[in-house]
Ligand binder design. Structure first.
Ligand code: PLP
Length: 234
């Protein structure tokens, strides 16, 4: 299948799932998770109208951007979705429009300080680690509200939502209870911090389970394999 067909298939599946859930198809944004993919594939995606990009590594993301011509690059909205090391915070903040994987107050404070120094305003999302899997980033569900309250007033940052990755299960239905829980947590934060006016994004769902995520309320899905085909060995 060619890229254009895979994009159309993913978009079709998102719209159908949104419709089943009684939501407008336009309420779900498609993010391409581009780790290990060459810049040429990102450009090809952009020409299909997929301009929301998720990067897992700061250096790889910077290299992607440098290799893409300016007229394409300026249409891209690149978010960071990987684990952010403190010493890469400035580079990430300068290169990317948003950090979707915030998971500690010390990192948030550092990002806020750098954003002020650089005269930037950046969206951040808090990553929730529902399975409490130690190899993944993210805060435990029980720490989310506390962190959200602490991040919300930090200057230079806008609290935009939450992101979650459920424990991997072969069957997409295994993700459903985790997505439901993420949706509940999302609603709790929204209720508890009404002054976070930009808080509206719920990023959940990947290639194998994005349909279930949309049914459960995702406003953003992060898709790699289903758009590009299987990842090559690094
Ligand atoms: C790789 C990745 C994805 C996409 O995974 P696929 O299974 O290839 O769709 C989504 N989110 C994050 C954080 C990732 O690292």
């Amino acid at each position: 299948m060619a890229l254009a067909e895979r994009v159309a298939a993913v978009r079709g599946a998102i719209s159908a799932a949104a419709e089943r859930a009684g939501r407008p198809a336009g309420s779900v944004r498609l993010m391409a998770a581009v780790k290990t993919r060459p810049p040429s594939e990102i450009q090809a995606l952009a020409s299909e109208g997929v301009v929301l990009i998720g990067e897992n590594r700061v250096q790889e993301g910077v290299e992607h951007l440098e290799a893409i011509p300016l007229e394409v690059r300026r249409n891209l909205e690149v978010h960071f979705i990987g684990r952010l090391q403190a010493n890469k915070a400035r580079k990430a903040l300068l290169a990317f429009r948003a950090i979707d994987s915030l998971d500690s107050l010390s990192l948030a404070e550092r990002l806020s300080r750098i954003a002020r120094e650089e005269g930037l305003e950046r969206d951040v999302m808090i990553e929730v680690n529902l399975g409490e899997e130690s190899q993944k980033g993210g805060v435990a569900a029980g720490d989310l509200l506390h962190l959200a309250r602490a991040v919300q007033p930090l200057p230079g940052l806008r609290l935009a939502g939450i992101m979650g990755v459920p424990p991997y299960g072969e069957n997409p239905e295994a993700s459903r209870p985790f997505f439901r829980r993420l949706r509940e947590l999302f609603d709790e934060v929204r209720r508890a911090i009404p002054e976070a006016g930009d808080f509206g994004q719920l990023s959940m769902g990947m290639s194998h389970d994005f349909v279930v995520a949309v049914e459960e309320g995702a406003t953003m899905v992060r898709i790699g394999t289903a758009l590009f085909g299987p990842r090559r060995a690094p």
